[in-house]
Design a protein around this ligand. Structure first.
Ligand SMILES: Nc1ncnc2c1ncn2[C@@H]1O[C@H](COP(=O)(O)OP(=O)(O)OP(=O)(O)O)[C@@H](O)[C@H]1O
Length: 318
């Protein structure tokens, strides 16, 4: 094993339950030092992927390696810390006592003061865990994940129940840990969190990876730009033949065109004098995500050619 062994390596991983293939052939490599968001809708397969990655569940097919070894061994060695969705820490002890106790289970624990400081708990270290706010409890769980001094931390929807301020402090702590050269994998429904806190976003849908890259890459993949204009009584049958256009949506008098080459689309529209109320907008991360994870149901009325474009999203933008 060399220094360059990736932190995470999932290879053709499948986990099938009787009613659903929760993970349906995932290949994912995360290099040391990366911060990666696993982004997907409810039921996309994020938690199942995380369970497999931590060795809490076994894949039916494929292989999972952490730092070149099995998840069990990596966890036992303290290389991996995790913060999962449920489980409230035991409460009749102080924050410091709890972090100290958990650290003792690992061969090379992080010094307690350091774990408390990184998690933003120094000021409440001597308070009982059952006297803390929801945001503080979440930070205790983060400190417990840090207790073994891990190189990789895995967080399953870490900010799901937190208000805006608690989220902000949570992500500050996480970034402090990542800046030390550590690796972070977190799952989220929140696009803004993925965009703001990850170097790389892996979009998962129906147990498969449907996109993997920076926020910028996702926007590009989701179909570039939205060009819209007033039809002013024209028919719309010709719009999907225009250069660059991948999808067309008509809403009353307004036409929306998803375009991979907005310059060419606008030129062609201008050539036909169809420029009344013309608007050209870049794809937001929100619409990129919707487009990448849209089901067949969301596309029903779209006359365009791409499967990736969600009609509902296009309608919202008009
Ligand atoms: N133990 C299980 N037995 C049967 N089906 C399961 C089991 N665990 C998960 N599933 C199913 O697998 C699919 C993926 O679930 P998973 O919890 O991994 O999704 P998720 O992306 O984490 O969703 P959420 O954001 O709601 O937590 C879902 O259809 C879920 O119902």
């Amino acid at each position: 094993m060399t220094k360059t062994t990736p932190a995470v390596d999932l290879s053709a991983v499948v986990r099938a339950f009787p009613s659903v293939r929760a993970v349906d052939g995932i290949d994912l490599t995360i290099e040391r030092g990366e911060t990666v968001a696993l982004l997907g809708r409810n039921g996309a397969g994020k938690s199942t992927t995380i369970s497999l990655l931590l060795g809490l569940d076994e894949p039916d097919e494929g292989a999972v390696r952490l730092f070149g070894t099995t998840p069990e061994l990596a966890v036992r060695k303290g290389q991996v810390g995790a913060m999962l969705q449920d489980g409230r820490p035991i409460s009749r002890v102080t924050v410091r006592e709890l972090v100290t106790f958990v650290g003792r289970a690992y061969p090379k624990p992080m010094p307690v003061a350091e774990a408390l400081a990184l998690a933003g708990l120094a000021e409440v270290a001597d308070r009982r865990v059952d006297r803390l706010s929801g945001g503080q409890v979440q930070r205790v769980r983060f400190a417990l994940a840090l207790a073994g001094n891990p190189e990789l931390i895995v967080l399953d929807e870490p900010t799901a129940a937190l208000d805006v301020e608690a989220r902000r402090t949570f992500w500050e702590s996480m970034r402090g840990y990542a800046r030390r050269g550590n690796t972070v994998l977190f799952s989220t429904h929140y696009l803004q969190e993925a965009d703001a806190n990850a170097d790389r976003i892996v979009v998962i849908d129906r147990g498969r990876i449907v996109a993997d890259g920076s926020a910028q890459d996702l926007k590009r993949r989701a179909g570039g730009t939205l060009v819209s204009f007033d039809l002013a009584g024209r028919d719309s049958g010709w719009l999907d033949t225009l250069p660059g256009v991948t999808a067309v949506e008509i809403r009353g008098e307004r036409a929306g065109l998803r375009s991979e080459d907005s310059d060419a689309t606008v030129m062609a529209l201008a050539g036909r004098g169809a420029i009344r109320g013309l608007r050209v907008e870049g794809t937001s991360l929100e619409s990129a995500f919707l487009a990448l994870t849209a089901g067949e149901d969301a596309i029903a009325e779209t006359t365009g050619t791409t499967r990736l474009t969600a009609a509902t999203d296009l309608m919202e933008s008009l």
